[in-house]
Design a protein around this ligand. Structure first.
Ligand code: ATP
Ligand code: MG
Length: 364
């Protein structure tokens, strides 16, 4: 009999452990109700790991992550660690995971829950029903290209970064986007600046070639990233999957995120190359950070972390039905009017706590 797949939980720092406790409730509920069964392991990352071991990620934890079918991470960092040397900062734990697992495709959904359509900064008709996914290349491009640095030229300083993409780097993230589109609405829009950047010209060519050779069933369009930024704000519902490079993806995914209301609602996934079982290495985490200002007060919204777990069910455990059930439970709880503090204005009544929100989702 094949052994259960493993989920490695890394709660981390700040509100990380608080929101992860609510995911635990969801996992327990599934376990008790005939849902997916997997082995759950837990380890330390970030400041919590530094406090215990003097490093933001131990080799043992790294190895567990490499061997897990999926990793679910809470958040890392906080003011207590600000003065630490760069080499042991909590964020380094997360960077090491991303780098050694070679997680090149970062998936950031922007989905509007109907009950929150009026909470968005945009008009209801612009965001109601919104469900788009941005696939951002995460391990190359201008954040990593060489040469880089600040150098002297004559009597002034020059800051240098290099945008560099190889054909294979573009091809693999394009495939991730096309695969996703097949499971969604079958449409990919690729964004670059082919009008002014060589890497953009190559990006457009390679994405088109991969499409024509392997994914003719998916509808492909191209857009300049600046026009794309405008369209994401003006008419985001025209998009299904957007695929773009590291820099543009960083900016466009934050812009798209704000269509939906709160940081406390946003999940993410980072996927790497396929493992022996055919599924990609994967790290799931809420978009938000450790939120030190509200840590330890029971105020954190656990939905971003719970939706990250839903993504794990869908993409790492082949449990799309359970993922949809979980997302529907979130939708129902919101429709019933439950709100954590981040989802309401000052005059909107009394917020529920982190654990009340988790309990309500489990009940739903
Ligand atoms: P990082 O540097 O780790 O990205 P950050 O300083 O950018 O962290 P976050 O922790 O991401 O900040 O969050 C910014 C603010 O948004 C928090 O200080 C908090 O007030 C609010 N916030 C973030 N996540 C949540 C959440 N899950 N529930 C409620 N409020 C949140
Ligand atoms: Mg931040």
């Amino acid at each position: 009999m094949p052994s259960d797949p493993t989920l490695l939980i890394l709660p981390g720092d700040g509100i990380g452990p608080e929101v992860m406790a609510e995911v635990r409730k969801v996992i327990e509920w599934f376990g008790a109700n005939g849902g997916p069964s997997f082995t759950v392991e837990e380890d330390l990352v970030g400041g919590a790991s530094y406090d215990a071991h003097g490093t933001p990620l131990t080799d043992a934890a790294m190895e567990r992550a490499q061997n897990a079918d999926a990793v679910l991470l809470g958040a890392v960092g906080g003011p207590a660690y600000d003065a630490l040397d760069f080499s042991v900062k909590p964020e380094r734990g997360l960077l090491r995971l991303r780098k050694e697992m070679d997680l090149f495709a970062n998936l950031r959904p922007a989905q509007c829950f109907e009950a929150l359509a009026d909470f968005s900064s945009l008009k209801r008709e612009v965001v109601s029903g919104l469900d788009l996914m941005i696939v951002r290349e995460l391990t190359s491009g201008i954040y990593f290209g060489e040469p880089r640095g600040i150098v002297r030229e004559g009597n002034e300083r020059v800051g240098i970064n290099t945008q560099r993409y190889t054909e294979s780097e573009i091809a693999r993230v394009a495939r991730s986007a096309f695969e996703l589109a097949r499971k969604r609405d079958g449409r990919v829009c690729s964004m670059e600046k082919a009008n002014v950047m060589e890497s953009g010209i190559l990006w457009r060519e390679v994405v088109q070639e991969i499409h024509d050779a392997e994914y003719q069933d998916v509808e492909l369009s191209h857009m300049y990233a600046d026009a794309g930024a405008m369209q994401i704000c003006r008419n985001p519902k025209q998009f299904d999957v957007i695929v773009t490079d590291n820099l543009f993806g960083d900016i466009l995914s934050d812009a798209a995120a704000m269509l939906t209301g709160s940081l406390g609602m946003l999940p993410s996934a980072s996927l790497g190359v396929p493992m022996e079982n055919g599924r990609p290495k994967a790290l799931y985490e809420p978009v938000h950070g450790s939120a030190p200002d509200i840590a330890g007060q029971g105020k954190a919204n656990p939905i971003a972390c719970i939706l990250s777990f839903a993504m794990a069910l869908r993409y790492s455990f082949d449990r799309g039905d359970e993922a949809t059930r979980l997302e529907s439970a979130v939708e129902k709880v919101l429709a019933d009017g439950l709100r954590t503090a981040d989802l309401m204005g000052p005059e909107d009544g009394t917020p529920v706590s982190t654990s009340q929100m988790g309990d309500a989702i489990v009940a739903a």
